[in-house]
Design a protein around this ligand. Structure first.
Ligand SMILES: [Mg+2]
Length: 202
């Protein structure tokens, strides 16, 4: 079997670690909630899901957070803090750079939002070195829904076994595998990096 023609990277917990606690710690004191209550609101609620599905603009999202949490701090502080929750996973970034050096196209495929992407663009140089990007809020569809996978296939002009897809969430991987993509359920670079190195003879 030929090697895949492109590598599709999930972002969170594949290329970047993240923790919403970082944002909650800064924003909490400007709200009616404690930092840990605030973390719950922004991390695991329909509100974030709606924002990341592109059903709310950034100003609508911030307004909804203000209403829900009593956040009364400056707009700029929220913009600057909300997406500032990431740090690099160096082994995986190095893998992407090796693939790129070998001329193998790489793509970002992420459930995310405008504030996060804005912050990531400004903080992480590696993020600029991909051949293309599919963000849930731009295509109004979140993994594992089919529409976002179709958007990735359209963007790359590839499908089936020509794609290999790395993600840390099983339901996302399963949806890719159901389309015939090759998949890696990522948990540890110690396993993923040698697997890709061998597959592409890096
Ligand atoms: Mg992830």
């Amino acid at each position: 079997m030929n090697p895949p023609k492109a590598v599709v990277f999930d972002l969170g917990k594949v290329l970047l670690e993240f923790d919403y606690q970082r944002a909650a710690d800064v924003l909490g004191p400007h709200s009616s909630f404690t930092a840990s209550e605030l973390k719950q609101v922004i991390d695991q609620t329909p509100l974030l899901h709606r924002y990341e599905t592109g059903l709310m603009t950034t100003p609508e999202f911030v307004a909804a957070v203000r209403t829900t949490t009593g956040y009364h701090g400056p707009e700029e502080l929220f913009h600057d803090t909300f997406g500032d929750i990431f740090w690099e996973i160096p082994e995986m970034i190095q893998l992407q750079q090796q693939l790129r050096k070998r001329g193998i196209p790489t793509y970002i495929f992420s459930n995310t939002n405008e504030l996060a992407v804005r912050k990531i663009r400004s903080r992480f140089p590696f993020f600029h070195d991909f051949d293309g990007y599919i963000f849930s809020y731009e295509v109004s569809s979140m993994k594992p829904a089919p529409r976002i996978y179709e958007a990735l296939e359209q963007l790359t002009g590839l499908n089936g076994a020509d794609l290999i897809y790395l993600d840390d969430r099983r339901e996302n991987i399963d949806a890719g595998a159901a389309r015939g993509w090759r998949t890696v359920l990522h948990s540890d670079p110690v396993v993923t990096v040698p697997h890709l190195t061998k597959l592409f003879d890096l």
